[in-house]
Design a protein around this ligand. Structure first.
Ligand SMILES: *[C@@H]1O[C@H](CO)[C@@H](O)[C@H](O)[C@H]1NC(C)=O
Length: 478
């Protein structure tokens, strides 16, 4: 007994000794911040200084503000680097004055700063911004801390007449972070009214994307909320190594062409938690995208989570290694979908839709290689019918997908004659239909080669696709 007790005591002593040693080692390691410049150049970022009336409408020199800022000790600016309150650059934050110039000035200073810089948009204020284009390369890491509200003007006429107009756009910024509890209100209503989807007599034009990133590597966007974008809410284009987390997006279900998150020509995009209500796709993964992972997605209303559309206008599309893992999709037109136009070339492969719950989704699972949309008069659907080329769809997994559809046809695999879909895996699928008429849910297939079908209800390809299912048609979405 006694020897066991002393053994125990020795063990305890040893553990204590190790813990102390470990602690000492950690202490001894130089902390990263001890190398960094210890200057605290806070500006008028804190609410205290705003309340103190340092909210100068005219842009004072930043040196003044650094001094002001030093007085407000407890603000949560980064440990090193500078913080630049847009108010110090003349932004009024009254929701009426045009603050675009002030934001451009704050950006210019942040982007040319030798040390990490944070542009602060303080809470409790509303900033009216017109087209705001913030570009790099920047000297150091830049953060946009969006705690307040950004509003777009109602009238966006004359914006970006060439191609896709953008509201707030970042271009060519490496290591950018956009974070905060703030909101971007795109005031899209006026654009939706002018859409050719809403009024068929009007020409089809692109409405502005609310927040776009182009050629931004190592990008982080977290926490912010976007509402009522004129068209796409968040657009990631030609970026590598991107993390989008905890985004909230909200627009009415009938807002035309209104995507939540649109990713194109990008590699290594992670979407970690998003709540998306939109008029079009909650997430659309467009051409040139590889290695995308999305999880914890809440989607609806909207058109679901889509790969595509691909191959429009006989273009080449390449999409590979896309995983949607964990999504709750509710009240949408589609759930898990791949859509390609006739006449396109290239491939969509290595696509996984895993662990999804469908709640009253019109068409829960769909591959549609006859995709066509009425929105563009230059691409009439009739022209697509003769085309035999197609984007090759292969190696697609739908696994653990449960819930309800509102159409009978719960699993549609409608592929091309010339390029049948290959290596399609259906596993652990249980979809019921809410459709009143005739029997339970069905599945239609055309030119789809299944590699596996395990535990799938409705049974895959239970009903032959009718001709109507397979001709290109103008669908109500893009
Ligand atoms: C696929 O993408 C994921 C990121 O979502 C990545 O971790 C993985 O390595 C990629 N797989 C291949 C084969 O490139």
């Amino acid at each position: 007994m006694a020897s066991r007790r002393s053994l125990l005591a020795t063990v305890w002593l040893l553990i204590l000794l190790l813990l102390t040693l470990g602690g000492a080692l950690v202490e001894a390691r130089p902390s990263p911040s001890s190398h960094a410049p210890r200057r605290h150049l806070w500006t008028a970022g804190s609410t205290a200084s705003v309340n103190n009336g340092h909210y100068a409408p005219a842009a004072p020199s930043h040196t003044t503000h650094r001094k002001l800022g030093e007085k407000s000790g407890n603000n949560k600016a980064p440990k090193n680097g500078i913080q630049l309150d847009v108010g110090s650059f003349g932004a009024a934050g009254d929701g009426k004055s045009d603050d675009t110039g002030a934001f451009h000035k704050a950006w210019a200073e942040a982007c040319s700063s030798a040390q990490p810089a944070t542009v602060l948009v303080p809470a409790g204020k509303s900033y009216l911004l017109k087209e705001t284009s913030l570009s790099g390369p920047c000297k150091s890491k830049v953060t946009l801390k969006l705690d307040g509200t950004l509003v777009a003007p109602d009238d966006k006429s004359g914006w970006g007449t060439q191609g896709h107009p953008k509201w707030i756009s970042f271009d060519n910024v490496d290591g950018l972070t956009v974070t905060g509890k703030g909101t971007m209100d795109g005031r899209g209503k006026s654009s939706w009214k002018r859409s050719c989807r809403t009024n068929h007599k009007l020409p089809c034009t692109f409405a502005p994307a609310a927040l776009s990133f182009s050629s931004c590597d190592r990008l982080t966007v977290e926490g912010v909320r976007l509402v009522n974008a004129p068209q796409i809410h968040v657009w990631v284009e030609s970026c590598r190594d991107v993390t989008l987390s905890r985004l909230t997006i909200a627009s009415p279900g009938n807002s035309p062409e209104n995507d939540g998150i649109h990713v194109s020509r990008s590699d290594g995009v992670r979407i970690l938690g998003a709540r998306i209500k939109a008029g079009d796709d909650c997430i659309s993964v467009a051409s040139g995208t590889s290695n995308l992972y999305a999880t914890k997605i809440e989607c609806g209303p909207g058109h679901g989570i889509s790969v595509g559309s691909l191959g429009k206008g006989n273009t080449r599309a390449e999409v590979s290694n896309v995983t949607i893992d964990g999504a709750h999709v509710s009240g949408t037109l589609y759930g898990a979908r791949i859509k390609t136009w006739r006449g396109g070339t290239g491939y969509a492969r290595g696509i996984k839709f895993l662990n999804m719950v469908m709640d009253k989704v019109k068409n829960p699972i769909a591959i549609d290689q006859n995709y066509c949309s009425t929105s563009d008069p230059n691409e009439p659907c009739e022209r697509q019918q003769g085309a035999s080329a197609a984007v090759q769809v292969s190696d697609v997994v739908f696994s653990n997908i449960k819930g309800t559809g509102t159409n009978k046809d719960a699993i549609k695999l409608h592929c091309s004659d010339a390029f049948p879909c290959r290596d399609i895996v259906l596993r652990d699928i249980d979809l019921k239909t809410k459709a009143k008429r005739g029997g339970g849910a069905t599945s239609t297939c055309q030119n789809a080669v299944l590699a596996e079908s395990t535990n799938v209800s409705p049974a895959p390809c239970s009903t032959a696709a009718t001709k109507d299912d397979l001709v290109p048609r103008g669908s109500e979405d893009d």
